[in-house]
Design a protein around this ligand. Structure first.
Ligand code: MN
Length: 240
C-alpha cells in the first residue's frame, strides 16, 4: 500500500480533459493507494461551491471512482482554490484540511502545506493573501452573482499573471528560516508542499538535526506527485 500526494493541477474548464489524467493514475496505481492528498491549486480558480461546469462534474465523478476503490481523499486549499468549501468537499467526497496540517505516514510524522504562506519574502503577495483570507470579504464575494464573481476572478488572474512575470523568482520561493521554524514548532522533520512548481528534495541541517522539504510539481506538461510507501521509502514520480 502507499499514499499519493499531488498538487497544482490547475484544473481549468477550458481543458476538461485534464481531469481524465487523474483517471489514468487511478487505473495505474489507485488500487494500492490508501490515501490521496491534494495539496492545493487543484483548480485554476474557484469562485464558489455553487459554480457548475463540465470540468467540475467530471472531477466529482473521478474522485468518487477513487473513493469506491477504497482511497480516502484529503484536500488542502491553495492560493487559487481557497474558496473551496464544505459543500463541494461533501459532493466530491473529500475532507478539507487546514494549512499547515500535521499527520503521520505509517508512523512517520510529516507536515503538509500548500506552501504559499511560507513565501514571506514576497511581501506584496503576503499582503494580498492576508486581505483575501478575511472571512468578511470572502462572505461578501460569495454573495455576489456568479457572473460578477467570474468577471472579478478573471481580472485578478490577469493581474497575478502580470505580477509573476515581473517578480523575482527567488523572492517568490519559500523562506528557509520560516520552513525550519514551522518544522521545529510542529516537531517534525519533513515538510511536503506545492505552490512553487519547482519539484525536488531540499535537505537542511540545523541544531544537530536533519530536515527535509519535499516540493511537488505542477501538472503543466505531465502528471506528477509523491509516493510514500508503507515501508517508509518515498519518491517523486512523473507520468508522461
Ligand atoms: Mn499555489
Amino acid at each position: 500500500m502507499s499514499i499519493i500526494l499531488i498538487s497544482d493541477l490547475h484544473l481549468d474548464p477550458r481543458e476538461p480533459q485534464k481531469a481524465r489524467i487523474l483517471g489514468l493514475i487511478r487505473e495505474k496505481m489507485g488500487k494500492n493507494c490508501s490515501e490521496l492528498y491534494i495539496l492545493g491549486d487543484f483548480f485554476e480558480t474557484w469562485i464558489g461551491d455553487d459554480e457548475k461546469n463540465e470540468l467540475i462534474t467530471e472531477t466529482i465523478t473521478e474522485l468518487q471512482a477513487w473513493r469506491s476503490q477504497g482511497t480516502e481523499i484529503y484536500f488542502m486549499p491553495g492560493n487559487r482554490d481557497f474558496l473551496l468549501g464544505q459543500a463541494f468537499g461533501q459532493k466530491a467526497g473529500f475532507l478539507i484540511l487546514p494549512d499547515p496540517y500535521k499527520t503521520e505516514f505509517y508512523g512517520h510524522p510529516v507536515l503538509l502545506s500548500h506552501g504559499d504562506a511560507l513565501c514571506i519574502d514576497d511581501t506584496a503577495y503576503q499582503a494580498w493573501r492576508q486581505k483575501v483570507h478575511q472571512p468578511w470579504l470572502q462572505k461578501l464575494f460569495l454573495a455576489l452573482p456568479l457572473w460578477l464573481r467570474r468577471f472579478i476572478a478573471q481580472k485578478m488572474r490577469a493581474k497575478s499573471r502580470r505580477y509573476t512575470q515581473t517578480a523575482d523568482p527567488l523572492q517568490m520561493d519559500l523562506n528557509t528560516a520560516e520552513v525550519l521554524s514551522w518544522l521545529q514548532k510542529a516537531k517534525v522533520d519533513t515538510l511536503i508542499h506545492g505552490h512553487t512548481h519547482r519539484p525536488g528534495y531540499h535537505l537542511y541541517y540545523q541544531d544537530h538535526q536533519a530536515f527535509t522539504r519535499i516540493t511537488l510539481s505542477d501538472w503543466h506538461d505531465r502528471a506528477h506527485g509523491l509516493i510514500w510507501e508503507k515501508d517508509g521509502r518515498h519518491y517523486l514520480w512523473d507520468l508522461e
